[in-house]
Design a protein around this ligand. Structure first.
Ligand SMILES: *Cc1c(COP(=O)(O)O)cnc(C)c1O
Ligand SMILES: [Zn+2]
Length: 422
């Protein structure tokens, strides 16, 4: 049985039973899962975690559901890779990439949905649904299929083709809404009042968001049981950032790692940067924006956890950056050509933010940095088609040699130079 003692309002502290609810009746504050840490402390250990499955479920003592009935398609325990090539380009000697692009549906959303789908079944729901910026749709569709639930995913109609196909293949009802994510979310909130459905990021949000903590746990475990000096997080609603922070602090409080001295950094794209804009202008609350960005997975103009993300930036002495739109694809290219990792636009935003922080000296050369790469580039191919320029030849050695001698492109150009493909 999970060690949850109930839900509590993040604003007024009022407590609630473990039910599919998400907002406080009194102050409308968001509800959060509360744990019995004394009980957890008695059973948890590094060894117990290491002896667990190679998935998020190795951390089940700190999740709001137990793992015997988990809807598990293998989310989590993704590689944490030392990025020496990229580090050399940026002047960083202790740089790590957490490659969450290799989760079952190719984004970190499998972590949150695995937890939410398990909880939804536990509550007795037969329908799983979500309001998605893209990656959530794929994760909900896949876990809904595995759970044999009826599944509906609501998306903005202008989503990338790879994300629509990547959800549709699992057989959900895909509802393409003429509007942006904030419109989709508003519609789903209304629907959740009248339908008895489990909306993973609405009425299941307290449970769903806990899944993101596992990214923080894994980073700490994979670094040899310690928190890094810096973490760079792509921000949409802000939930991931707040939960990575929470996860590392839980580990410290349980004695699994030492004190957390991590600086948290927000990465957003210029065309939708409500958290970065608010933080950098000294505001505590975000001002809603109309998203206009190539980083569609981060296109939330009115982020639910923006206020809490900003609080953590202050508390952790962190920073926030709004990447120019033109540098999103450049970040994707840089990571692919230095580390062999093909990330989507959100990852491009993270790598461009990392480069900015290194240049500005916010991150010192020997500090340990983890950049969270949360989604896969195959889903957002349209933004990097300019790099697809094959050398066309006839099937003869002569033709090959002739084209290889040509000055532009091909095998004779220098490796990893920034002019290489431009
Ligand atoms: C959803 C998503 C995020 C951010 O999620 P929030 O928790 O809403 O801030 C980051 N990266 C990718 C690829 C995503 O799909
Ligand atoms: Zn309250």
């Amino acid at each position: 049985m999970p060690f949850i003692s109930g839900l509590a309002c993040r604003e007024c502290g009022r407590t609630y039973p473990v039910e599919p609810i998400y907002a406080c009746d009194f102050c409308f504050g968001p509800l959060e899962v509360k744990y019995d840490y004394e009980a957890i402390k008695k059973v948890i250990s590094r060894k117990k975690i290491q002896d667990g499955p190679p998935t998020i479920w190795r951390y089940d003592d700190l999740l709001p559901v137990s793992r015997d009935k988990a809807i598990d398609i293998g989310a989590g325990m993704t590689p944490l890779l030392k990025a020496d090539n990229l580090g050399r380009e940026l002047g960083l000697r202790n740089l790590w990439i957490k490659n969450d692009a290799v989760n079952p549906t190719y984004s970190f959303k499998d972590r949150v949905v695995s937890v939410a789908a398990t909880k939804a079944l536990e509550f007795g729901f037969d329908t799983l649904a979500c309001a998605s910026t893209g990656n959530l749709a794929g994760a909900v569709a896949a876990h809904g299929a595995k759970a044999r639930m009826r599944t509906l995913v609501f998306i903005p109609a202008d989503l990338e083709a790879g994300k629509i196909v990547g959800a549709a293949v699992y057989g959900p009802t895909v509802v393409a809404v003429n509007g942006n994510y904030d419109d989709v979310n508003r519609l789903c909130s209304e629907l959740s009042d009248s339908r008895h459905w489990a909306f993973v990021n609405i009425n299941m949000r307290p449970y769903y968001s806990e899944g993101s903590k596992t990214l923080g746990y894994e980073v700490a475990e994979q670094l040899g049981w310690k928190a890094p000096d810096h973490v760079i997080v792509p921000v949409a609603s802000g939930s991931l950032l707040t939960k990575v922070w929470k996860g590392m602090h839980e580990f410290a409080a349980l004695g699994l790692i030492g004190e957390v001295k991590t600086h948290m950094h927000v990465a957003q794209a210029h065309g939708c940067a409500p958290v970065a804009n608010a933080f950098n202008s000294g505001q505590t609350h975000t001002k809603p924006v109309m998203p206009k960005t190539v980083a569609k997975s981060l296109a939330i103009g009115n982020p639910a956890d923006g206020y809490y993300a900003i609080k953590i930036l202050k508390e952790s002495n962190g920073s926030a950056f709004a990447v120019p739109e033109s540098e999103v694809a450049e970040g994707m290219r840089l990571l692919a050509q230095t580390e062999g990792i093909f990330t989507e636009t959100a990852g491009g935003v993270v790598i461009s933010t990392l480069r900015h922080l290194a240049r500005e000296g916010v991150i010192k050369p020997d500090e340990q940095v983890v950049a969270l790469v949360t989604g896969n580039g195959l889903k957002t191919q349209e933004v990097v088609t300019q790099y697809a320029r094959p050398v066309h030849i006839e099937p003869t050695v002569e033709s090959f040699d002739k084209h290889m001698d040509a000055p532009r492109g091909g095998l004779s150009s220098p490796p990893a130079g920034s002019e290489r493909l431009n």
